[in-house]
Design a protein around this ligand. Structure first.
Ligand code: FES
Length: 247
């Protein structure tokens, strides 16, 4: 299998970037997309050229590091999938594949396809924790939580923080990410103590970081590898309104 990778190259945040094309042969349909990029980097090393910087860690759809915009879609042509779970069989032989970093003001490019997503960390710092003393592991039934609440919290907690929601949103909004992190903790009794300050501070930080406003297009839900629902955003907005009311 042969493809042409058209890849964004940028030395650092201060320099201008541009696309560069690379023809790559000897690929197989069973290779993962990241393995195909590895192969391209090996060819660049042989040619004594600079390798392409791109991020990954687990390659199992867990860590959220492999954020690439492929042929105009976050994480490639399939919905609800990370880049590391994408395989070359999703592309045609001879196809040109355009690979870019996430595009958002709050995600500046560090090098080539690697972006700085510390803006998401700073949102978490504002309330993505609980103050309850945990001590040793408590007896499992000491705090009774209904199945529906536990399911809701776990669904929100599934967010891997990849930032695909931001990358795919026409407003570069981080509302899906922020609302998932808020609703995960605010739904559980352990998170009730800081519920109001959590939603106010995290939503405020989201705005300070330069993310746009949510206009409910639903694009984020389509691309989210963890199927996080936009209902979380509606719930965050209600929680924020109530918290402001009683501030
Ligand atoms: S490398 Fe961890 S989710 Fe893709």
């Amino acid at each position: 299998m042969k493809v042409t990778f058209k890849i964004w190259r940028q030395e650092n945040a201060k320099t201008k970037g541009d696309f560069k094309s690379y023809e790559v042969y000897d690929l197989t349909k069973d290779m993962s997309f990241l393995e195909a990029l590895d192969h391209l980097n090996e060819l660049l090393v042989e040619r004594d050229e600079k390798t392409i910087a791109f991020e990954y860690d687990c390659r199992e759809g867990i860590c959220g590091q492999c954020c690439l915009f492929i042929n105009g879609r976050a994480h490639g042509p399939h919905s609800n999938m990370t880049t590391c779970q994408l395989h070359m069989r999703s592309f045609k032989d001879g196809e040109t594949i355009v690979v870019e970093p996430w595009r958002a003001t709050a995600f500046p490019v560090i090098k080539d396809l690697v972006i700085d997503r510390s803006s998401l960390d700073r949102i978490i710092e504002q309330g993505g924790y609980i103050n309850a003393k945990t001590g040793t592991a408590p007896e499992a039934n000491a705090i009774l939580i209904s199945k529906s609440i536990a399911d809701k919290a776990m669904d929100a907690a599934a967010c891997i923080g990849c930032g695909a929601c931001v990358a795919t949103c026409k407003n570069s909004s981080a509302a899906l990410f922020t609302s998932a992190k808020i609703n995960h903790l605010n739904s559980l009794p352990q998170g009730h103590q800081e519920a109001s300050t959590r939603v106010l501070k995290m939503a405020r930080q989201m705005e300070l970081e330069g993310f746009g406003s949510c206009t409910f297009t639903g694009a984020c839900e389509v691309e989210c590898p963890e199927h996080i629902s936009i209902i979380n955003i509606a719930e965050m907005n209600v929680r924020r309104l109530k918290a402001k009311w009683f501030e």
